[in-house]
Write a protein that binds this ligand. Sequence first.
Ligand SMILES: N[C@@H](CCC(=O)N[C@@H](CS)C(=O)NCC(=O)O)C(=O)O
Length: 221
Amino acid sequence: MPTLVIGNKNYSSWSLRPWLVLKHLGIGFDEIQLELDTPTFKQQIGLYSEAGRVPVLVVDKLKIWDSLAICEYLAEVHPHLWPDDRNARALARAITCELHSGFSALRNELPMNCRAQQRQIEISAEARSDLERIEQLWQQCSNTRTPEQNSAGPWLFGRFGIVDAFFAPIVIRLLGYRLSLSANSIAYVELQRSNPLLQAWIRAGQAETTVLPHEEAGGVE
Ligand SMILES: N[C@@H](CCC(=O)N[C@@H](CS)C(=O)NCC(=O)O)C(=O)O
């Protein structure tokens, strides 16, 4: 049985991605949850990863300490986590990698917070530009989805894949803060919101009682 080491479900956006993929695949796994920003966090995560961050997937003696590396490890046995078509697969990977390595303004100004609901917030031009880029990517996927992908499902490349799991934390952010979105983006947010697996994560995050002040943003709901 693999073990996924994660942070607080309310706040840990990176932990959500592989958790969602494992759940989607129906793979049984144990969860070890560590409280972020506590005096003991570094020592506890140090048992699993010298990088000192969650998530980590532990499979026997193997420890994988990065959300994308974990998903790629799973995709080697479950290749349908990426699109079948080679060109579509390259695009899905490019989008996933862009998300993995960028969007720092959006990340900093709109922390993932399952408990936040439509909070009022002012965002910088940089965060606005990150948001516009995300909407552009979703629009590009809608515009280029092939009939085969459409018949496979409603996700960015048809069936649910790693690229969708990587956008799930962004969707929780968009549910948490009041921001204007295109009709296409709203439809994708609603699609993600209707995923029972994401709903289960959100409920678990909302049930947590820890409040990390620096992860709290936005005003009266
Ligand atoms: N590149 C890593 C980033 C992971 C990451 O930044 N995790 C955050 C929590 S969401 C963390 O562990 N922060 C704790 C710390 O830096 O002390 C991944 O994708 O897994």
